[in-house]
Design a protein around this ligand. Structure first.
Ligand code: NAP
Length: 313
């Protein structure tokens, strides 16, 4: 077992984690960052980013994350391509163990594990995941060149995915369970003005149907949420874009969380229910969930960790 004693352990490598690392490193805290399952976080599965300040032209999500990583490394962050599998916050130093067998003994911990895509959780969805069903148009859209695909959801993600898919698909059908989208107006305008996109209102997916050998999605059965009438769409691709769940299972019972499992932090702070443990980004934010707000709270977490260490040790 490789044992590392350190000031700050940062768990997660999205905008929150990297920004915390940049600030902690520049405060000479020599932070260690464990990247997690999806290095770079959610921005690595997006394409165009137009709302991260500082860039006059459109930038790409994966590129932005590479730059953040480079910046964090250049100022002295120690990076671990690893996964934290257990934490003990009952005493300080806090003990975090990783998949590869490293044990961190840390004066403070910054949790920036983000959130992950939500699924519909109907039985047939599991069967065709990766065989026509995806939660990432950026990753899988290319496979549906000149085909008809559906997108499920009515938020920013669903509308962005639908717009992105028009680059490949011949037709994109957005299926939404209500008669109103919750996506931003500017995205809605783009959606309604795109003649490759059709919206089916007030419908939910009942079942995915296809061949089993090899697994191939061929149809989706929908149900009208108002009159319960069923209908079928022929499609080879279904993109589920119905929101996200925070990646907090590791911290269950160890930190206070709300009823949707987001980590609770003090007002205007990233301080969790355990002194010295901070949370930043989507793991504690279900309202804004933007790269720039995640980066902002990552900065706050590092400054708070620095203050905590200076006052406590
Ligand atoms: P969201 O805003 O929570 O929207 C989820 C959508 O999925 C809603 O329309 C919801 O329907 C629908 N839904 C949820 N569960 C469902 C189910 N079981 N079956 C069918 N439909 C279901 O999630 P999001 O679009 O992923 O966005 C999350 C956050 O990230 C938001 O704050 C958003 O603004 C932000 N975001 C921003 C950008 C950007 O700025 N470019 C891009 C992506 C995301 P109802 O409307 O009926 O509840």
């Amino acid at each position: 077992m490789n044992k590392i004693e350190n000031n700050v352990l940062i768990i997660g490598s999205g905008p929150a984690g990297y920004t915390a690392a940049i600030y902690a490193a520049r405060a000479n805290l020599k932070p260690h960052l464990v990247s997690g399952l999806e290095p770079g976080g959610q921005l690595t599965i997006t394409t165009d980013v137009e709302n991260y300040p500082g860039f006059g032209d459109v930038i790409q999500g994966p590129w932005l994350m590479e730059e953040m990583k480079k910046q964090a490394l250049n100022v002295g962050t120690i990076f671990h391509n690893d996964i934290v599998t257990s934490v003990d916050f009952s005493r300080n130093p806090f003990v975090s163990k990783t998949e590869s067998g490293t044990e961190f003994n840390s004066k403070s911990v910054i949790i920036a594990t983000g959130a992950q895509a939500r699924w519909l959780n109907i039985e047939s969805e599991n069967k065709f995941k990766g065989f026509g069903i995806s939660a990432c148009a950026t990753c899988d859209g290319f496979f549906f060149k000149d085909q008809k695909v559906i997108v499920v959801g009515g938020g920013n993600s669903a509308v962005e995915e639908a717009l992105f898919l028009t680059k490949f698909a011949s037709k994109v059908i957005l299926v939404h369970r209500r008669d109103q989208l919750r996506a931003e107006k500017i995205l809605q305008d783009r959606l309604f003005n795109n003649n490759k996109i059709e919206v089916i209102w007030n419908h939910k997916v009942l079942e995915f149907i296809g061949y089993e050998n090899p697994y191939t999605l061929t149809k989706v059965i929908l149900e009208n949420t108002k009159n319960k009438i069923k209908s079928t769409i022929d499609t080879n691709g279904a993109f589920i874009a119905i929101g996200h769940d925070p990646a907090t299972s590791l911290f269950k019972g160890k930190l206070e969380m709300d009823d949707e499992n987001y980590i609770i932090t003090k007002n205007d702070s990233t301080q969790t229910s355990v002194k010295g443990v901070f949370a930043a980004g989507d793991v504690k934010d279900k309202i804004y969930r933007q790269a720039v707000t995640a980066a902002g709270t990552g900065c706050m977490a590092a400054l708070e960790a620095e203050k905590y260490i200076a006052e406590s040790f």
